[in-house]
Design a binder for this molecule. Structure first.
Ligand SMILES: [Zn+2]
Ligand SMILES: [Zn+2]
Length: 345
């Protein structure tokens, strides 16, 4: 199944399909419970799970010295963090948004569920927003550019806040049928996306269930909930949003992209390799974002394991010539860049 290339890819798309039919004539059901409406049950859920874990994170530091963090709690935090984070980076982002590899059916469903456990909104909404971000990156129409208000320091500070969290409360909704028709057509993916509230409940109850059963105590369940659920979700949210804010404001830019995306090394481990964001915007369908020697990218490593296991195939690994043609100071991408700037305007 193919979708419009300007939706899938940024400047470097080379998988265009001229025979691609226009949007499906038969309207499909919405992949989120509230449809295109902002004031949906998901929106309220999202608001709750942005504010509550944030407060938990603020409380976490003093509590760590006085009360109840066990090795089990830390283990649950780390395990749940990386399950959700890789669900987002490998699943929602590299697979569903950009199609950087193909997946057998069980892996496709597993990635949809894993990413949903990160509590970052329904799958189809996530993908629609992110495809729109690539289409307009840092120009008008980008749902979360930190440059929205201008380039002065106060404007950038305001813009960073917008890119980090504010954009999620924007009334304007990315149309799912326009930006993610391929996902809406798949009944299983539509169902996973619509069950966002269920995955949120599962994600939050799993740690206290394990903690409570392992210690056979309510106290164990409570501390596991605090660390494994609340603090974990808060940390993952802020790391994910940092890709939108920090990685579009600072960082090295060795590759040509028509936006202000940067490579931020100190976020690489926590973001599972997503903070090599300048390369990602220069070559959006590439399955590996950390393409240089020593650039940690755990998501790419896991995609490789899935490929070896036979679950993932047609992986778009970086080729040296392709990467080199995108470096600043080389020709070739320059005309593409102009073309896309004109398109975004
Ligand atoms: Zn970006
Ligand atoms: Zn992307």
């Amino acid at each position: 199944m193919t979708i419009s290339p300007d939706v899938l890819d940024g400047p470097s798309n080379d998988r265009s399909d001229p025979n691609q039919p226009p949007d499906s004539p038969t309207p499909l059901p919405s992949a989120t419970l509230g449809g295109e409406s902002r004031r949906s049950v998901e929106q309220i859920t999202l608001l709750l799970f942005i504010t509550l874990p944030f407060l938990a994170l603020i409380a976490a530091v003093p509590l760590a010295w006085g009360w109840g963090v066990s090795w089990l709690d830390l283990g649950l935090l780390v395990a749940m963090y990386y399950i959700g984070c890789h669900g987002i980076t490998i699943g929602f982002h590299r697979y569903f948004t950009h199609g950087s590899f193909k997946a057998k059916r069980p892996l496709r469903i597993a990635l949809a569920v894993m990413g949903s456990l990160a509590v970052e909104g329904p799958l189809v909404r996530w993908v629609a927003d992110h495809r729109k971000h690539h289409k307009f990156s840092d120009a008008e129409g980008d749902p979360h550019s930190p440059w929205r208000y201008g380039e002065t320091v106060p404007a950038l500070l305001k813009g960073l806040w917008w890119a980090h969290m504010g954009w999620m409360f924007d009334e304007e909704q990315t149309p799912q049928h326009k930006y993610a028709p391929d996902l809406i057509k798949d009944p299983a993916i539509r169902a996973v996306s619509r069950q966002f509230v269920l995955w949120t409940v599962v994600s939050l109850l799993l740690p206290p269930l394990v903690g409570g059963l392992a210690t056979m105590s309510w106290q164990g369940a409570l501390t596991a909930f605090f660390w494994g659920s609340l603090v974990r979700v808060a940390l993952l949210h802020h790391v994910t949003w940092s890709i939108n804010s920090i990685c579009h404001a600072v960082g090295k830019r060795p590759f040509k992209s028509r936006d202000k995306s940067g490579n931020v090394w100190w976020l690489a481990v926590l973001s599972c390799g997503e903070s090599w964001h300048n390369l990602h915007h220069a070559d959006p369908t590439c399955a590996r974002h950390g393409v240089e020697r020593g650039q940690l990218d755990s998501s790419a490593r896991i995609i490789r394991w899935c490929e070896l296991a036979g679950w993932a195939y047609d992986v778009r690994w970086p080729r040296r010539s392709r990467i080199d043609s995108r470096r600043v100071g080389t020709d070739g991408a320059e005309s593409r860049r102009k073309e896309h700037t004109a398109e975004a305007a």
